[in-house]
Design a protein around this ligand. Structure first.
Ligand SMILES: Cc1cc2nc3c(=O)[nH]c(=O)nc-3n(C[C@H](O)[C@H](O)[C@H](O)COP(=O)(O)O)c2cc1C
Length: 327
C-alpha cells in the first residue's frame, strides 16, 4: 500500500491534495465534505481586504457623522469586526470539526493597519495563512518594482504578527518572477502557491458587450505552473504548492515530480464534485505501485531542474524543434 503522506510548510498532510480556496471552502459543510472525500488540507475561501474596506466605507459613508466622530469610530470598527468575526467563526468551526490542517486565506492588495488582524487567525487556531496577493498591473504609472514592494511589505508586516506558516499565492504577472519568489522566501514566506487563476473577461460579439471567460480551468492549463515549479523548487528555501489546471492523478504526479510539496484543486472539484479527490488518490496509488514507489519522497522533485542532467531544457522557451520536432 502506497504512503501518500507528506509535509507542506511544516504541516503534516496525510496526502498532498489540498482543496483550494473557493466557494467550496466557504462553509463548514463544504470543508467537511472535502475532508470526507480525503483532502490532505483545506484553504478557506479568502477574506477580501477590499471587501472589508469598501463595504465598511459604504456603510459608514451612508451616515452623517459630521458632528459625531465617536460614532464614526464605533461604526468603522464595528463593521470591520463584523466581517472578521464571521470569518474567524468559520476558521474556529472548521478547526473544531476537521482533523486535517485548516489554512486561512486573505486576499490582499495593500499594506496597512489591517495586517495587525493576522494574529487573530493564529489565535483562533488556523494552521497556516495563505496570502492571496493580486494587484492587476494595468496602471501606466506604477512600476513592477512598486507592486512587488507592496506585496513584500504586506508579507513582512503580517509575518511580524504571527508565528504560523505563511504562504504567498501569486499570479503570473511578474517580469522578474524568479527574483520575486526568492525575495518572498527570504522575507519569510514558507510556501509559494503557483499560480492563482483570476477572473478573465470575454466579449459577446452579438450583443456587443462584455461577458465572463470560462470560470473553470481545463487540464491544458497545468503547464505554466509546472515549468515554474520545476525551475524554482530546488533553488528556493520554501515549499511550493501547485495550482491551476490540475484535474487528475496525472496532473498531481507531474507536479510532485517537478518538486511541488502539495497541489491545490478547485475547478475539477467544482465540476466533478469533491469525490474527485478519492479518484485522484486511487490513481496516485496505482501509479506509485506500478513504478515501485512506496512514499512520496521516493519521487518528489526528481524531475526538477536542480536534479536534471539537462537543466537547459527547462528554460527552453522559443526554439523547441529539438524537443518536439517542430519549429
Ligand atoms: C469560483 C472560484 C472562487 C475562487 N475563490 C478564490 C478565493 O477566494 N481565493 C483564492 O485565493 N483563490 C480563489 N479561487 C482560485 C482557486 O483557488 C484556484 O487557485 C484557481 O481556480 C486555479 O485552480 P484550478 O485550475 O484547480 O481551478 C477561486 C476560483 C474559483 C473558480
Amino acid at each position: 500500500m502506497s504512503d501518500l503522506s507528506t509535509s507542506y510548510m511544516g504541516l503534516n498532510l496525510k496526502n498532498p491534495i489540498i482543496a483550494a480556496s473557493s466557494s467550496l471552502t466557504s462553509s463548514l459543510d463544504g470543508v467537511k465534505k472535502c475532508e470526507d472525500a480525503g483532502a490532505g488540507a483545506v484553504v478557506l475561501k479568502s477574506l477580501f481586504e477590499e471587501q472589508i474596506t469598501s463595504d465598511k466605507n459604504r456603510m459608514v459613508g451612508d451616515m452623517n457623522f459630521d458632528a459625531y466622530t465617536d460614532a464614526y469610530d464605533f461604526f468603522n470598527a464595528a463593521s470591520t469586526d463584523y466581517y472578521l468575526d464571521e470569518y474567524l467563526g468559520l476558521v474556529e468551526d472548521a478547526k473544531k470539526a476537521l482533523s486535517i490542517p485548516v489554512i486561512a486565506s486573505v486576499n490582499c492588495v495593500s499594506p496597512g493597519k489591517w495586517t495587525d488582524y493576522a494574529e487573530r487567525f493564529e489565535n483562533i487556531g488556523a494552521d497556516a495563512l495563505e496570502l492571496n496577493m493580486f494587484i492587476l498591473p494595468s496602471s501606466t504609472t506604477t512600476t513592477g518594482s512598486e507592486i512587488e514592494e507592496t506585496y513584500l511589505k504586506i508579507l513582512t508586516d503580517i509575518n511580524k504578527n504571527i508565528n504560523i506558516p505563511v504562504a504567498v499565492k501569486i499570479g503570473y504577472h511578474f517580469s522578474g518572477m524568479g527574483n520575486f519568489i526568492n525575495r518572498a522566501a527570504e522575507m519569510g514566506a514558507n510556501g509559494i502557491v503557483l499560480f492563482n487563476r483570476f477572473y478573465k473577461m470575454d466579449i459577446d460579439i452579438d450583443n456587443l458587450s462584455l461577458k465572463a471567460a470560462p470560470i473553470l480551468s481545463g487540464p491544458s492549463e497545468i503547464h505554466l505552473a509546472l515549468q515554474w515549479i520545476a525551475l524554482m523548487s530546488g533553488e528556493i528555501p520554501a515549499d511550493f504548492s501547485a495550482a491551476t489546471g490540475i484535474h487528475d492523478a496525472e496532473g498531481v504526479i507531474k507536479h510532485l515530480l517537478a518538486g511541488a510539496k502539495s497541489v491545490q484543486l478547485c475547478s475539477t472539484l467544482l465540476k466533478n464534485g469533491v469525490n474527485r479527490i478519492t479518484d485522484i488518490k486511487t490513481g496516485m496509488e496505482k501509479w506509485m505501485e506500478k513504478k515501485g514507489y512506496e512514499e512520496i519522497s521516493d519521487f518528489n522533485g526528481i524531475l526538477s531542474q536542480e536534479n536534471s542532467s539537462h537543466p537547459e531544457a527547462y528554460e527552453r522557451s522559443q526554439y523547441i524543434k529539438s524537443v518536439v520536432g517542430i519549429s
